[in-house]
Design a protein around this ligand. Structure first.
Ligand SMILES: [Fe+2]
Ligand SMILES: [Fe+2]
Length: 190
């Protein structure tokens, strides 16, 4: 048990700005509730939530360099902070904090854009990030209503909201997000 010591946890917290840490605390809180409700490992959920945005304030060029040195190559058209900060946070979790649990690393890596066949832990962190109590966008109430009784329905709603939001803002949509939505819709029809 125990993916990180208390001292390490304090080091991680110190790397966040106070505002960012507020969000992280909210994500931890919701991730723990979701893990309990959906019978997932709450310690893994805690660790993934704690680290999920650790790369968010890095410069894009530093993110690209960090990913390349970890042999992770993402096409140049997707070199945005929004897309790269999850993968970078997974690299930091692995390299700086010795997290080698795949469930935790994947949940961190995919927390913004998702992918087809997400694990339960990935869904929990994805929804905890999207629906923590500080979020105020239009559909968040519907996601909160769904997330305890039907995690997949909440993920589906959140993914389609992400796609609409990205397209309406003229941002680049990472293809994994579209695959994630397509996959979860197929699963839910079956
Ligand atoms: Fe994030
Ligand atoms: Fe976040």
């Amino acid at each position: 048990m125990g993916y990180i010591s208390e001292k390490t946890e304090q080091d991680i917290i110190n790397r966040y700005s106070p505002e960012r840490y507020e969000h992280v605390k909210n994500v931890i809180e919701l991730a723990m509730h979701l893990a309990e409700k959906h019978s997932a490992d709450s310690e893994k959920a805690y660790t993934a939530a704690l680290l999920h945005d650790i790369a968010k304030d890095m410069k894009v060029k530093d993110m690209v360099a960090m990913l390349e040195s970890a042999d992770i190559f993402i096409d140049e058209e997707y070199h945005t902070s929004n897309i790269l900060h999850g993968p970078c946070a997974a690299v930091i979790a692995y390299e700086d904090y010795d997290i080698d649990d795949e469930e935790i690393l994947y949940a961190i890596y995919y927390h913004t854009f998702g992918r087809a066949a997400m694990s339960k832990m990935e869904k929990i962190i994805f929804i905890a990030d999207a629906a923590e109590k500080g979020r105020t966008y239009q559909n968040v109430g519907r996601i909160r209503k769904l997330m305890y009784k039907d995690l997949d329905a909440a993920v589906e709603l959140s993914l389609s909201g992400t796609i609409t939001h990205v397209i309406s803002k003229g941002e680049v949509l990472f293809p994994a997000t579209a695959s994630a939505l397509e996959y979860i819709r197929e699963q839910r029809i079956k």
